[in-house]
Write a protein that binds this ligand. Sequence first.
Ligand SMILES: *Cc1c(COP(=O)(O)O)cnc(C)c1O
Length: 379
Amino acid sequence: MGLNSTHALPRSAWIEVDLTALRHNFVSIRAHLPVLTELLYVVKDDAYGLGAVAAARVALSSGASRLAVFTLEEALTLRNAGITAPILLFGERLEEELPWVLSLDLEPCLGRLEIARAFNELARSQGRLISVHLKINTGMNRFGFSWRTVTEWGPQLAAFSELDFAGAMTHFAQSDELDKTVARMQIHRFQSCINQLCQNGLTPRCLHQCNSGGVLDLPEAYLDIVRVGLLAHGVYPSLVCGRLPDLRPVMTVKARVVAIQTLVSGDTVGYGMRWRAERPSRIGVLPLGYGDGFPRIRNEGHALIQGTRAPLVGGVTMDALMIDLTDLPSAEAGEEAVLMGRQGAEEITAQDLSLLKQTVTYDLLTGWRRRLPRVYLGS
Ligand SMILES: *Cc1c(COP(=O)(O)O)cnc(C)c1O
């Protein structure tokens, strides 16, 4: 084993990525979509922590035909791995990034005239066209040309002869809540903006607007491509959005009990002595903590061990957390525990943990640090 292959070094806390479950989810989502709607897999932030290359390969061989990332480095990683599928580049670019966009053969989102001009000149100097996706701001107010001023920027964009308008897109500010008023307004604004563009002689080849929430709740908005990240991981954007039958969680977070402490009544656990034993107790130590992305909670939450829920006691530390094993006398050091995922009939979902962390499932998933090795199962 090479000393630089650090992920081959043993560690008693890790993340299992079930590639068979991921594949199953892509097949399910693909089957849910109209045949002519393309499935784009959003692999930004290392596929929300799964590992972008492994996840992208599964996606592209089970129904997805495109990928999207946010940074050049993320795109470079995919290209270096030999992935040739179209890659959409989200966000805005600095001028110094533009040559890389061309050399990596990416399709950038375009939301500013200055960058459109720079892309147009760069493409001309290289004697080629550049494929772009027009980003239209219909209410998210983050990236893109404003739908309100299309009659100003539309004709100017149409005059850039080296730009190939491969697509036009918008992004929902709210697609996973019960109230779809704003999403429906955005759909309407996008469509009227596209109609106006077409009158200016700019006809994007494909249109897209749905993220996971849109796929679940806004079938009328699918258009030519849907951009799916979270849902493919068997995790939902919110508690109230629609559900697809039969999606499977892809990520499981596990650790082994590495130490057991025997306490008498009155002993305390952890920094600040925030948990006190009310009976003789056995405390198991799991070697992962907030330094691995586990929520920094105290005296709440559980680990699954021997198919039952063992309560977390004391505060989660940077490197470790403690669980009460008093009612599991046969649990010994070396026993495998699940912090997120299923064990036997019990399950701790990403949703459950995100509520403990007081955040959304997106943040919970991407919050697992690289310090936890990823172990890939299935194919
Ligand atoms: C992240 C992102 C998506 C994917 O969203 P999910 O809810 O994870 O499916 C789609 N479109 C854009 C523009 C994004 O930034």
